[in-house]
Design a protein around this ligand. Structure first.
Ligand code: DCP
Ligand code: MG
Length: 620
């Protein structure tokens, strides 16, 4: 969030063009409508003044020279040639109809302009969000370590929104202002250059003061934005951490904290609103002074006969029409600054390098022989290696158990197999091929993993389990759920498999979640299975039942089980013991139990506990 104020990169045009893909049509229609709207708005005063100059006054005053009120000569000539004036005097309603017609054109084109620029803005925002989401989904796993989720969410929502609002509200406003100034200048200069000067003499000051003003209040605006960010962060943290807040009786303190941030937000927002109130009222007064000036000088010119009454009307109308966009210029510029900062923040995500495919992207059938050859690994920011010279082999269909104290690198080891991270030393071979040479999505599809802290979507249990294959028959889901010992539990829920889990639904216990995650993994039918401490929250008996049910399946699967339970570990074909990232022991239960070492120590402790607790306890 702090980054928001930082660097002011130039707008990345390439990125803008990319987001604008498929929206050009909308922009073009909006631009045409804009031109029509401005032109019709300028024609309306001309019609009125033409009616006065060409029709009404010559009719009322004998000998008055009919003015043209800015209507091009050839049109006047044409009306004259068909005896237009007499006709118009008799049928004055025609001028009314003309007025109505152009008002209708103006209304129509304003409508089109607004709705098409809305299409354009919304479509662009959709493109941006899709691109961002797709990019985020394919960034290296490591990326998320460096950026906070809240910041990413903000970039994908409010930054996109800032850009969208700029496109929808301000972009055409710039074009409109330019067009209006040019049109007004052309028409007014043709009528009377001196009066034109008087009518716009204060405009540069108005524009300048608008620039200066909005530049000056920019900081107040970003202060208010920042206060809002802090407020929502406080709220979010409290809602997410609601349990901790309650459990530690922190409501009062959190409330004070929130109240303080809320008061700060109010203060800063009020300040912004006050500043705006000053500006709009002062610039209103300024604008009216300009109109008054144009009117006074114009009346003098009209009395002198230098302009006609109709022309006076045109001048005052145009002057009034111009003050609003000119006053807005500074704001547009301020918003342009904001939008470009937001675009820069979006750009930062989009330009982050995607996960690379360093190898040959092979997709051969996978049987599941795995070999680690002197594998070393460290996270980008870690000092000590997390894994150091790890070597072992697994034949397909075998079960490998991994034991190690917390932080010893077990999770890191299995994540290397999935290529969520890349080994920094040595190589990992799958069926004799370096895993870097597999196409990464293919590789991951062939590895079923149950994470240490399983994540379930806020959807039904059914949807959660068949997430990889939404069309899978229900029977298959039940089958997987039975193996994971969760079928009966789910059946007992009121809504069965249609029970929604997560934020809007029921809360599953830790063990239930783990088992749903195991069922979900089974649906993948992958040749390699990884259970990262996936039964830690499941009681020993259920653990055994699941392993029993799994073993039927497991025959053609290579299985990695990370666990702290000797009962779980002991059935494995091979046990790896990790200590500070080093493979200190490997072998079968029978082999390891005979030698002094970590495995034997833990086995002894657990056996002792088991003995003391009797058969019904035994949580390791
Ligand atoms: N580590 C890190 N960055 C990460 C994950 C871990 O720097 N994104 C560090 C923390 C540990 C070491 O790496 O010091 C090993 O972490 P593991 O998650 O691999 O450890 P375990 O899975 O063995 O621990 P646990 O039993 O607690 O799950
Ligand atoms: Mg772990």
């Amino acid at each position: 969030m702090e980054e928001k104020k930082k660097k002011h990169k130039p707008i990345n045009r390439k990125l803008l063009r990319r987001f604008m893909k498929g929206t050009w049509g909308y922009f073009i229609i909006a631009a045409i409508a804009l031109i029509a709207a401005v032109l019709s708005a300028y024609i309306i005063p001309i019609i009125t003044s033409f009616t006065i100059d060409y029709v009404l006054i010559p009719y009322a005053e004998e000998g008055y020279k009919a003015g043209d009120s800015g209507v091009p000569g050839f049109i006047i000539n044409w009306i004259d040639s068909i005896g237009g004036r007499e006709f118009l005097i008799k049928h004055l309603y025609i001028m009314g109809i003309a007025l109505l017609l152009f008002t209708a054109v103006n209304a129509m084109s304003t409508f089109l302009r607004r709705s098409y620029i809305a299409y354009a803005g919304e479509s662009m925002a959709r493109n941006m969000r899709n691109d961002l989401y797709e990019h985020l989904a394919n960034l290296p796993f490591d990326y998320h370590k460096h950026v906070s989720t809240g910041d990413l969410v903000q970039r994908c929502t409010s930054d996109v929104d800032t850009v969208r609002r700029f496109i929808q509200n301000q972009l055409l406003e710039i074009a409109r202002t330019v067009l209006m100034v040019v049109c007004a200048a052309v028409i007014m200069l043709r009528m009377n250059p001196m009066l034109t000067l008087w009518s716009v003499i204060m405009m540069p000051f108005l524009a300048l003061s608008s620039f200066v003003y909005f530049k000056a209040v920019k900081d107040s605006f970003s202060d208010a934005d920042e206060a809002e960010g802090k407020l929502s962060a406080a709220l979010q943290e409290n809602l997410t951490g609601v349990r901790v807040v309650r459990a530690f009786g922190q409501q009062k303190r959190e409330l004070d904290n929130f109240t303080e941030k809320n008061a700060d937000f109010r203060k800063k927002n009020l300040r912004v609103n006050n500043l705006m109130a000053y500006y709009w009222s002062a610039s209103d007064a300024f604008g009216y002074m300009q109109i008054m000036l144009a009117l006074c000088v114009g009346v003098y010119y009209a009395i002198k006969g230098w302009i006609s009454v109709g022309e006076l009307l045109v001048f005052t109308s145009y002057t009034a029409m111009l003050t609003w966009p000119v006053r807005q210029l500074g704001r547009i510029l301020a918003d342009l600054g904001k939008a470009s900062v937001s675009l820069g923040r979006i750009d930062e995500i989009i330009s982050a390098p995607l996960e690379t495919e360093p190898g040959k992207a092979l997709t051969p059938p996978i049987t599941g022989d795995i070999e680690f050859r002197h594998v070393g690994f460290r996270y980008e920011d870690s000092v000590d290696p997390v894994l150091d010279d790890v070597s072992f082999t697994v034949k397909h269909g075998q079960t490998i158990a991994i034991l190690g104290s917390t932080g010893s690198g077990k999770t890191s080891l299995v994540q290397l197999i999935q290529r969520l991270y890349t080994a920094t030393e040595g190589e990992i071979l799958l069926d004799g091929v370096n895993i870097n040479d597999y196409e990464r999505h293919y590789l991951r599809r062939n590895i079923g993993i149950v994470l240490q802290e399983p994540f379930l979507y806020s959807r039904t249990i059914m949807e959660n389990i068949r997430i990889v294959d939404p069309d899978a028959p229900e029977e298959k889901v039940y089958e997987a759920a039975r193996i994971a010992s969760i079928h009966d539990v789910v059946k007992a829920f009121e809504n069965g498999y249609d029970t929604v889990v997560g934020e809007r639904g029921v809360t599953l216990s830790g063990g239930q979640k783990q088992r749903v995650a195991i069922a979900r993994m089974l649906m993948q039918e992958a040749p390699i299975i990884i259970l990262d401490d996936s039964m830690s929250a499941v009681d020993t008996e259920t653990d055994a039942a699941i392993r029993e049910a799994l073993s039927g399946r497991r025959q053609n699967c290579t299985t990695f089980i990370i666990s702290h339970r000797i009962t779980t570990l002991s059935t494995a074909d091979k046990i790896l013991v990790l200590e500070h990232g080093r493979l200190v022991q490997q072998g079968t239960h029978e082999e390891l139990i005979k030698v002094d070492g970590l495995y034997k120590r833990i086995a002894d402790i657990q056996n002792m506990l088991e003995g003391e607790l009797g058969s019904e306890g035994g949580e390791a």
